[in-house]
Design a binder for this molecule. Structure first.
Ligand code: HGY
Ligand code: MN
Ligand code: MN
Length: 412
């Protein structure tokens, strides 16, 4: 084992992963801990307790973002480590959670070795990163980066019409600290790759160069609800038939534009959604991503055309709203270089890599120097109960994070 791996207490880290992962655990060993639910509150409360036990000064801001600060020898902008503890439904226990717990392990290891740093070191937990309950994704780091208005975030509603701000208050995490850009020396986020590349190459660390551009759209199609029996085919206006054409059309956009473009229809709601009624209304989501902003703009225009043709053909009305867009986000060269040095010092086998998933680091990069450290996902799987990362790789990732923090915060 390389000496630098000794910085990390593998057993302690593994126990923390298991204990936090039990809050919202699904019967198949995955995780359902949606933002601002009672499970999210229990996970937050456990993290706050651990942060306080590690001697951090804990504050909560207007979006429920939690910050634990470890003082530096000088009052300088902190080196910040962060991620999220909310999950998607039937997700995994590594997405987000691993970055927060490897950050906590870094703090615990600094304490154990009585290391003082020049810059303070802060651990951040961002609210509702997944966008699974309240949209869009990364909403709280988006507010902090000044890209999403606080009021808009507060008024985001879940599928039951419950407002984000009311849930923040209900679980006791409606903080008073302003949710505004705060200076930091660097922002570091350790995260699972959620793709197959590191595992295929037998590597344990990814030095992330940037994150793809992301576009989310919502489509509402208004058909004519009618009886499935007596209504002749020639007079039907079936919202689901038009929607089905859009689903396959979204796939065709990706295959025809090619490259690294990905398109996904993940959410589709049919009304009235019964056997013997022609669907009168369908709402659906369209997620599109590409490393190149200009390709994503072309894909958006292709989607507009696909929707128009499909609805024209079926004689139905529609509203198509492109409501969320994040640009391709490159990470700061000096932070990427520090992560490279740390991965080498940790004895990790690593490569440069691009993130196909969005992260809070994407918004943090808009307000300061940011970077990410990836660890492999078994089978490339994520946002599913099969999500898993071996402890050997986690240990290399955590050691890389620890050493990158030391590099950037400066050891006294
Ligand atoms: O959507 C994403 O890429 C992230 O998982 N929120
Ligand atoms: Mn995540
Ligand atoms: Mn995720």
């Amino acid at each position: 084992m390389s000496s630098h791996l000794a910085n990390i207490d593998r057993k302690r880290l593994e126990q923390s992963i298991d204990e936090l992962g039990r809050i919202g655990e699904t019967p198949r060993g995955g995780l359902t801990r949606l933002a601002l639910t009672d499970e999210d509150k229990r996970g937050r409360d456990l993290m706050v307790r651990w942060m306080r036990e590690a001697g951090l000064r804990v504050t909560v801001d207007q979006m429920g973002n939690i910050f634990g600060e470890r003082a530096g020898s000088q009052a300088l902008p902190p080196v910040m480590m962060g991620s999220h503890v909310d999950s998607v439904p039937t997700g995994g226990k590594y997405d987000g959670q691993l970055g927060v717990l490897c950050g906590l392990e870094t703090i615990r290891a600094l304490n154990a070795q009585k290391i003082r740093t020049r810059h303070p070191v802060t651990l951040a937990i961002f609210t509702s990163e997944e966008g699974a309950r309240f949209q869009p994704a990364m909403i709280a780091s988006g507010v902090m980066a000044g890209k999403i208005a606080l009021e808009d975030a507060y008024n985001a509603r879940d599928k039951d019409g419950i407002r984000l701000v009311d849930e923040l208050e209900r679980i006791g995490y409606l903080g008073s600290e302003p949710c505004v850009p705060r200076p930091f020396r660097a922002y570091l986020e350790l995260h699972i790759e959620q793709g197959p590349l590191l595992e295929e190459a037998g590597l344990s660390v990814g030095v992330v160069d940037g994150i793809v551009a992301i576009s989310w759209a919502r489509l509402t199609i208004h058909g004519v609800q009618d009886h499935a029996g007596p209504t002749p085919m020639r007079i039907r206006h079936d919202a689901l038939v038009a929607a089905a054409e859009v689903v396959t059309g979204a796939r065709t956009i990706a295959t025809e534009l090619g490259g690294d473009l990905v398109t996904t229809v993940g959410n589709l709601v049919v009304h009235p959604n019964i056997v013997n009624a022609i669907p009168g209304k369908v709402t659906m989501s369209i997620d599109m991503r590409d490393p190149r902003d200009e390709t994503l703009e072309v894909a958006r225009r292709c989607l507009d055309a696909v929707v128009e043709v499909a609805c024209e053909r079926e004689g139905v009305r529609y509203e198509l709203e492109h409501y969320w867009r994040v640009p391709y986000t490159p990470f700061a060269h000096d932070v990427v270089a520090a992560i490279e040095r740390a991965a080498n010092a940790a004895g990790a086998r690593w490569r440069h890599i691009l993130s196909g998933a969005g992260h809070d680091a994407q918004y943090m990069a808009a307000i300061g120097p940011a970077g990410m450290i990836f660890v492999p996902s078994r089978g490339g799987r994520s946002h599913c109960e099969e999500e898993f990362t071996p402890m050997d790789d986690i240990e290399h990732g955590a050691a890389t994070l620890f050493l990158a923090v030391l590099d950037l915060a400066g050891r006294v």
